[in-house]
Design a protein around this ligand. Sequence first.
Ligand code: ARG
Length: 458
Amino acid sequence: MRKLWGARFDKKSDPLADKFTFSISYDHRLAKYDVIGSIAHTQMLGKQGIILKSDAAKIIAGLKKLLIQIESGKFKYDTKAEDIHTDIQNRLKAAIGKPADKLHTARSRNDQVVLDVKLYCLHHLMNLVNETTELQKAIVGFSKNNQEVIIPAYTHLQSAQVVLLAHHMLAYVEMLERDKGRLCDCFKRTNIMPLGSCALSGTSLKTDRQYITKLLGFAQTAANSMDAVSDRDFVLELVSTCSIAANHLSRISEDLILWASKEFNLVDIDSAFCTGSSIMPHKKNPDVLELVRGSTGKVIGRLMELHVLMKALPLTYNRDMQLDKPALFDTVETIEAMLKVVAGIFTTLKVKKPSAAWKTKDESFFTVDVMDYLIKKGVSYRDAHDILGKIVRECLDRGVSIASLEADQLKGYHPLFGEDVKKLFNPQTSVKIKASLGSTNPDLVAKQLHLWSERLHA
Ligand code: ARG
């Protein structure tokens, strides 16, 4: 198979070297972007009179045919080509002959590969934003279907206070919204057109880089040719952003895995998203969520891989940089699959309402509400905390519930205690009396659900 650089060499490359250096097995994913970039490049070459307009027309017609093949899935990459850029070049030559030799004028694979990877990233950044929105919609839909449900909430994985399930779910929606913000930021910094930087110094040919920028819809043209060919910040930033998103998906998975256990008994994950055990017939395991959690480790590992890959590279292009692609593609494909599968789980997730109702009866959930009761009557926070601490300890020692204490027993702890304090030992009351902005108050949560529905469907 013809190499793009073969003429200088007096012998063929060793098959071992070929096997070790070829990237076609993974960079074939860039085929579409390579062709799109080449079409714009050729339009520019023709407009500027760097190549004949008739040659440009032949090249573009040939590339468009390749694009149709790629988009219809009929394109089978050639495993004997060094990389996808070589493969496309060779096919064009086979299809249109001599004019194909002019395609690579005023271009190097160094700027070409950055362009292709940037186009790939821009496409997938948009896709990731959309997939994240779909997941947010699934979570909001699940919340709306279970709007009245109250569940225990935890700090240190110890029962803390009760909250609306929807409030807990909207925490996820906020996390995912920040992921989208980071993806959009990354999009802005990726949206700078590198082509025309050539090998590293630019070209003496009269190119029009701004024209290519406009044709491809980039926001800006890279200002420094050396930076343009050696920059992989956008890959690092995308994978970094994805690693944070993966972290969120992992934490969401962990909550659901715990909640699906018999011990928590709060949700039932649809059988379509569970697997069984080869020995224990009763088991229904949350493997899908476990693999979301596990895949997060892989994505974080990919980020480390990229940092180590780039950390000591001298300017400008070094072949090491070819290895950014397995890390990038794996991250993007993994996170897209994770987003989809978690959305599927929320769409089919069931809440075990009787169990949630039973679990939220535990009166230790309401000690802060009782503290607030005293504070509202003028007791200091410190005194209220001490009083409640004492009540909890003594009730635990005596094996009695706080709600069972008689009025005079309560008054023994503080004279401002009245019978009405007992109304506080109730999960519905507990969420209802929350008044602060951003709290689990049902009216506020309903408003948030409404806002999110509008925003996500806009
Ligand atoms: N497959 C290579 C890559 O992805 C193409 C660039 C090769 N450039 C070079 N100057 N050897 O990085």
